[in-house]
Structures are given as C-alpha cells and as structure tokens.
Design a protein around this ligand. Structure first.
Ligand SMILES: C[S@@+](CC[C@H](N)C(=O)[O-])C[C@H]1O[C@@H](n2cnc3c(N)ncnc32)[C@H](O)[C@@H]1O
Length: 372
C-alpha cells in the first residue's frame, strides 16, 4: 500500500510532502512488516527519509503481565525509589529537550511570568467533576495536569516528544513535518477516501492540552471551525494565552473545559474528532468512553482519528531498561493503554473502516469512519 502526501500546515504554505509505503516483501512468516515513510520538506528543498519499522512483538515486553513488567511495577511501587525515579525522569526530560535546542526553562519562565493566570477564570467550569484517574500524580507533577507548572512546561514537553520520535531530524520543524505532517496526512487521506465527499467543516480536538495539536489541525484544515477540549483549565488557559499572543489579542479557536468521555456537546456536530497523545495517559474505561463519545459527536461519514504510541513500534519495544522504567514511573496507565485493543474497541463501538498506520517510528495513527 502506498500514498502520496502534500501537506498544508503552516499559514497556508505548503511545506511538507511525502509518501508512505508498506513493504509487503517482509510480511511473511514471523518477519514483521516494514513500513517506509519518505517525507520531503519543500521549504528546505531537502528530503527526509525514515524507516518506520515494526518490532517482532505485539507490544513491548516491559508492559502488561510479563515478568519484566511486574519487576518494573514493583520497583516503581516502592515509594522512596519512586520519588528518586520521578526526579530522574524529570531531569532526563529537561536535559534531553535542552540538548536539542528546546529552551525548556526559558519557555516555562516566560509563561509563568506572563498574565496567563487571568485566562483561567474565563475558561474553567468550576462544576466539572474530574474522573478519578485524572487526580493521580502524573508526569512527575504531584498535582498531575492540574497545576501551572505542568501547564507552563507542556509545550516544551510536546516539542521534546516530537524530537525524540525523529532523532535524526536537524530541527524541530523537520521532526514536526514527519510526526505531525504524517498524522494530518493520514487523517486527510482517510477522510477523502471514506467520507462520501463531505467537507471537514467542524473539528473537535479532545485532550488538546496547550493547543499545539489544535493549531496544527486549524492550519491544515484552514476553513474549519476548531474546538479544543481538555480537562485541565490550566492547560486551556495557556492555549488561549498563546493564541491571543499569536493573533494580536484575538482568540480564533474555541476552548472548552470538559471531559472527553462525556463532553455535553450536541450529537452529530463534528466532521472530525481527533485525539492526539491522550490515550496512553488514560485507563481502558476512559479510552472506551472517549471512543463512544467520539462516535456520538460525529456526523455520518465523519472521521475519528487517534494518534499515540504504537505498541508495535520497534524502537519502543527495544527501549533501554533505564528509559522504560523512568517512563513507566511517570505514566501510571501505560500498561493499560498497551493492553487495550484499540482497533477492537473502535469496531465494537460501531466505527467503520478502522485503519492503523505507523506514521512515525514511535506512533501510530488509527483512523475510522462514523457510519452513514
Ligand atoms: C499529552 S497531552 C495531549 C497533547 C496534545 N493533544 C498534542 O498533540 O499536542 C494529553 C492531554 O489529555 C488531557 N486529558 C486526559 N484525559 C482527558 C479527558 N478525559 N478529557 C479531556 N482531556 C483529557 C490531559 O489534560 C492532557 O492535556
């Protein structure tokens, strides 16, 4: 299978083109399928190529009920060790970011010293009841995503995730062309193929965080109305603050403080529901609820798109023990995520055309259609 891409991502400039090929020659016997993606950056005139290879396993050995996974779980549950690991994980995150020229500390300081705080009051729904899983310590923050520090660091953390996914990229832009560009292209291709010609007029970005995925969606589908929804009023405050800064005080996106499991938004009101890098942070019941909510919110022929860690990613399967232990110490639901049969959940909810693609070395994009 192959497809060609031409991505319009940035202020109307066409800046990424590429093609994705599944090489069926290696998909025999026990050999895993290899997926090659070639993305060419028009703005630089250069060509970026990457081998997106699946590992031999269904999921990494450090997840689920394997002895290795249990050992890591036991280490993490030992409180004094957990506190040290949590700090270690944070240091690794910050120093890896700064090594790739992401000014983590400066970005954080700029947000914390800005007038972001005033945005929270206009966004927060004080009657919202948070799901239990959301109130756990998370990503090395004791208050999880419900704090100004987590919100101020979120954009740098997102950039760092993208750089980690494409280590050979010479810049964040180049890494984004693959990670975000291929994700958007998979959505667009799916919609073109299965929507029966409906236009993407309204988009919901569930788990929008500080609005980075929301901005990518808005730039790609430039004529659509875009809504970002998240459980953290702190993250949404940063999203609104950043948008106003970018657009001379104007807030072009709609931000909703809500739960993706039960948004309260009208049925059949969106053409695209996107959930990017959210599910690995959620227990299985929340994943199922968000899939069902996505189906309810979509118009017939609408596209549902999930992008997140791929259990089949060779790189994730072969992660070093230190790295996967640190990662698991700050991601309490990673095991549940890897054990969830996401495609099965989507099919059982009633989605049609469920399709998975490794859109970069670490992440898959799973797309599906709301039936007519
Ligand atoms: C890693 S961030 C998402 C990043 C963002 N979508 C992007 O691609 O840049 C995960 C987000 O999911 C949000 N989240 C987790 N559970 C949620 C739920 N049930 N409803 C809405 N948002 C949720 C968190 O608050 C967090 O902002």
């Amino acid at each position: 299978m192959a497809f060609s891409t031409t991505s319009k991502l940035n202020s109307g400039n066409t800046w990424a083109t590429g093609s994705i090929h599944h090489d069926s020659r290696t998909h025999r016997g026990s050999a895993p399928p290899r997926i090659r993606i070639a993305a060419a950056a028009q703005s630089s005139g250069g060509r970026v190529t990457a081998d997106f290879e699946e590992g031999q396993l269904e999921r990494p050995k450090w997840t689920g009920e394997t002895p290795l996974s249990r050992l890591v779980g036991a280490l993490i549950s030992f409180k004094p060790l957990y506190s040290v690991m949590k700090l270690g994980a944070r240091q690794v995150l910050i120093s890896t970011a700064e090594k790739t020229s992401i000014p983590w500390r400066d970005m954080t300081k700029e947000i914390l010293e800005s007038d972001v705080y005033k945005e929270k009051d206009s966004i927060e729904d004080t009657s919202l009841v948070y799901p239990d899983y959301y109130l756990n310590p998370f990503h090395a923050y004791d208050e999880g995503n419900l704090s100004w520090l987590a919100a101020a660091e979120a954009e740098a953390a997102t950039m760092s995730m993208v750089r980690r996914a494409i280590p050979h990229a010479s810049s964040l832009e180049e890494a984004n062309q693959i990670v975000r560009g291929n994700w958007l292209q998979a959505i667009e291709n799916h919609h073109l193929k299965h929507s029966g010609g409906t236009r993407i007029g309204e988009i919901l970005d569930i788990g929008c965080s500080v609005g980075v995925s929301t901005r990518f969606l808005a730039e790609r589908f430039a004529s659509a109305k875009v809504t970002g929804l998240d459980l953290s009023p702190y993250f949404l405050a940063v999203a609104q603050h950043n948008e106003k800064k970018r657009n001379a005080g104007e807030n072009r996106m709609r931000w909703i403080h809500g739960n993706g499991e039960n948004t309260g938004l009208p049925s059949n009101s969106f053409d695209l529901v996107s959930i990017a890098y959210v599910f690995h942070e959620c227990p299985e019941r929340a994943i199922k609820n968000m899939v069902e909510e996505g189906l309810r919110l979509l118009r017939p022929g609408g596209t549902f798109a999930v992008t997140d860690n791929s259990p089949k990613s060779k790189i994730l399967q072969e992660l070093s023990p230190v790295l996967f232990t640190l990662m698991k110490s700050t991601e309490p639901f990673l095991d549940e995520y890897y054990l969830t049969d996401l495609e099965g959940v989507m099919k059982r909810a009633g989605f049609a055309n469920v399709h998975t693609l490794l859109t970069d070395p670490r992440h898959r994009t799973v797309t599906a259609t709301a039936p007519f």
